[in-house]
Design a binder for this molecule. Structure first.
Ligand code: ADP
Ligand code: MG
Length: 548
């Protein structure tokens, strides 16, 4: 149709609009960032299309964003020459929330808005942020396919209209009629400050009243020595939608075996742990500064989804589709090289400043553990990075497996570990008695996932990882005290001892597989051990719980 039509916003969109309009006014500035970022996305898509397609409407128009202000009418107009939207696209893109699980998204957003509006930036409220400052928003858009342009209009209250608008250039123009208490946004100094704060790294010219206000050179292609910490941190805030500063930063360039320019950041906070649901991958994939895959699921393994940044490789074919990225051999090779490089960087950092690394480990260790249990490919590297407490580590200061091995006495062939809810609980239990007596270090695994991690690793530098609750554990050849001391203790006669075993076995019935005399106990009368050595008791508890 080319008639004006009226449409209801989807229910989730109405809730989102309600939050945006009523709760987020202290964070108003971000609406400019959101709209510029949409323009930038549309321009990136246009740049990509124009490299590979012939028929582009308005092909000569330069790729840029323009912002114009009217202090009399109190309006802000943001125009881009990007990919534009067809009528159908206007209706769905600006009427619904594209996000998968949008209901959950809006619920989490509402919760964050209640707790701390500073967190809102992490969500990317998107286009609807326009209603933070606007009482009425008009979107005029014409798609790169050359079909006739259309105009979308809404006051944010439940519905919007779409009507045909002839004579538009390619791209999108958003006209915001500012609310009475938002007239600041028609002042150049105000808007310029916000663009500099949030949008410096947008890779297209942003023209404010005709003047370019950003520098458009991609930071990852620049020489490391010429980039200041401040520039890196600003770039982190830009790519990561972040407000804080990164914990780690790695900028590297290689030419062989593949040409790669990458800037990767590890944040300070773990948003998943704060209860915000699973985070999207935070690294964007470029080829010669053209965005190929935003929030790429392919360029890094899933367990590195907490990283932010960009990877640019000129070896990638520019016209590769997102689907083709998934099983592209080159992308897989890139992923391997970049992951190894990042893990090597972490190992170097851990050596350089172990305290600072522990801060990182405490926040993001859970992801590296996920890596060990889900990805065989990087186990060797990850084994160097895991940290656990042990009988020799200070409370709260976990140790590495390499340090454990260094401390091992001659003759010890295995690395031992035992799971328990806390240091105190483990140390009070029977499993560690013989270790204490023989002065053998034992790793304390205190998270449910830990035993799976060590089980997956299997060994470290040729030393088997062995859970101390195994029935066949034999410490007779290890430790300080190798000759067993049978001297002093009053022993049961072998007859009494076998009577006791028979009685115990009968009393416990099929709750146990076997009752045997232990050579390991020092002070405790009995302990439960694991017959097969395949799963530790802690793993069995988890499996049992997950079956319920
Ligand atoms: P997101 O950017 O996360 O997809 P938004 O709410 O910001 O979510 O935007 C929704 C969709 O509307 C975008 O995905 C895009 O398809 C479309 N869109 C928004 N602004 C523009 C624009 N300036 N040009 C072209 N499409 C746009
Ligand atoms: Mg957006």
């Amino acid at each position: 149709t080319n008639q004006a039509t009226t449409h209801e916003f989807q229910a989730e969109t109405k809730r989102l609009l309600d939050i945006v309009i009523n709760s987020l006014y202290t964070e108003r500035d971000i609406f400019i960032r959101e709209l510029i970022s949409n323009s930038s996305d549309a321009l990136e898509k246009m740049r990509h299309e124009s490299l590979t397609k012939e028929d582009v409407f308005d092909a000569h128009v330069p790729l840029e964003v323009s912002i114009d202000l009217d202090e009399e009418k109190h309006t802000m107009t943001i125009t881009d020459t990007g990919i534009g939207m067809t009528r159908a696209e206007l209706e769905t893109n600006l009427g619904t929330i594209a996000h998968s699980g949008s209901g959950k998204f809006v619920a989490e957003l509402a919760e964050a808005a209640r707790k701390d509006v500073n967190l809102i930036g992490q969500f990317g409220v998107g286009f609807y942020a326009a209603f933070m400052a606007g009482s009425k928003v008009t979107v005029q858009s014409r798609s790169w396919d050359g079909s006739e342009g259309n105009e979308w209009v809404s006051e944010g209250a439940g519905s919007f209209t779409i009507s045909e608008k002839p004579g538009l250039h390619r791209g999108t123009k958003i006209i915001i009629e500012l609310k009475d208490d938002a007239h600041d946004y028609d002042k150049k100094w105000k808007v310029e400050g916000i663009i500099k704060q949030y949008s410096t790294f947008v890779p297209f010219p942003i023209k404010l009243e005709g003047e370019t206000v950003n520098t458009v050179q991609a930071i990852w292609t620049r020489n490391k020595s010429e980039i200041t910490d401040e520039e890196y941190n600003d770039f982190y805030k830009f790519v990561g939608n972040a407000f804080d500063e990164p914990h780690y930063r790695l900028h590297f360039s290689v030419d062989a075996p593949l040409a790669i320019n990458a800037v990767l950041f590890a944040p300070k906070e773990n948003f998943e742990a704060m209860g915000f649901g699973r985070v999207d991958p935070g690294v964007n994939l470029y080829c010669q500064k053209v965005l190929i895959d935003q929030h790429s699921e392919n360029i890094l393994p899933e367990w590195l989804r907490f990283l932010k940044g960009v990877v640019d490789s000129e070896d990638l074919p520019l016209n590769i589709s997102r689907q083709a990225l998934q099983d592209n051999a080159l992308v897989m090779k890139l992923r391997k090289v970049i992951t190894k490089r990042f893990l090597k960087f972490l190992a170097e950092e851990a050596k350089r400043d172990s305290e600072y690394y522990l801060d990182f480990w405490n926040t993001f260790g859970i992801y590296l553990k996920e890596g060990v249990t889900s990805d065989f490919e990087f186990q060797k590297e990850l084994a160097q990075l895991v940290r656990f407490e042990s009988s020799r580590s200070e409370d709260g200061k976990p140790t590495s497996l390499a340090e454990y091995v260094e401390r091992m006495a001659e003759g010890q062939e295995e690395i031992y570990y035992i799971n328990g809810p806390s240091r105190a609980a483990i140390e009070a239990g029977p499993y560690v008695e013989m270790f204490k007596k023989k002065n053998i270090e034992i790793v304390y695994t205190m998270e449910p996932i830990d035993d799976f991690v060590l089980n997956h690793l299997g060994e470290f530098e040729g030393k088997k990882l062995v859970s101390a609750d195994r029935a066949d554990l034999d410490l007779s050849k290890s430790g300080d005290d190798t000759d067993s001391d049978e001297e002093t203790a009053e022993k049961l006669s072998s007859g009494d001892s076998s009577d006791l075993l028979t009685w115990l076995k009968k009393t416990l019935e099929d709750k146990v597989a076997e009752v045997i005399e232990s050579k390991r106990l020092v002070d405790s009368p009995a302990m439960i051990v694991n017959p097969d050595g395949y799963m530790t008791s802690s793993m069995e508890r988890i499996m049992a719980a997950s079956r319920m």
